[in-house]
Design a protein around this ligand. Structure first.
Ligand SMILES: *[C@@H]1O[C@H](CO)[C@@H](O)[C@H](O)[C@H]1NC(C)=O
Length: 151
């Protein structure tokens, strides 16, 4: 095979692998093999009313979900070849809304480090005073960084 063919096949496989649909419910301790990191994102509702969440990326629309108090939405994916994977989310709570980037390069530093066996985790909590991120569980507010407000 020509070198160009080999490179083409390699790139084709890499891109195709990463275009696979997002797994919506990560099973604990199941880390997928990725070219770069495997990520798991959790969004927890800490508001006593139900909220609406809709997560999207360029390729995926995870749909409109209602989260009651302490319920979460979670999904996992492989970081893409160019490290440009981006998810954003649209939130609704009574008359308030928020729309922001849930995952991209700027969010990485707030997330967990992961390891050979563990996926990298980003935890979001939704509170009545805004949106907070952390890399591991800790009682609020220790280790949580406020990222956005409701509007
Ligand atoms: C992930 O979300 C599903 C609902 O899509 C839920 O049933 C499950 O409990 C969540 N996982 C964890 C670890 O909370």
């Amino acid at each position: 095979m020509k070198i160009a063919t080999i490179i083409f096949v390699f790139l084709y496989l890499v891109f195709n692998t990463n275009a696979s649909p997002v797994a919506k419910t990560p099973t604990a301790n199941t880390k997928k093999v990725c070219l770069w990191d495997h990520w798991v994102i959790y969004i927890f509702n800490h508001i006593k009313d139900p909220i609406h969440v809709r997560v999207k990326s360029e390729d995926d629309d995870l749909g409109d979900h209602t989260l009651a108090l302490n319920q979460n939405e979670n999904f996992s994916f492989c970081e893409n070849f160019l490290l440009t994977t981006m998810f954003y989310a649209d939130f609704k709570w009574k008359g308030k809304t928020a729309l922001f980037v849930l995952f991209d390069k700027n969010v990485w530093p707030h997330c967990g480090k992961g390891s050979l066996k563990k996926s990298r985790v980003c935890l979001w909590i939704v509170r009545d005073d805004g949106f907070y991120v952390a890399g591991e569980w800790a009682p609020f507010p220790d280790g949580w960084t406020k990222m956005y407000d409701w509007s």
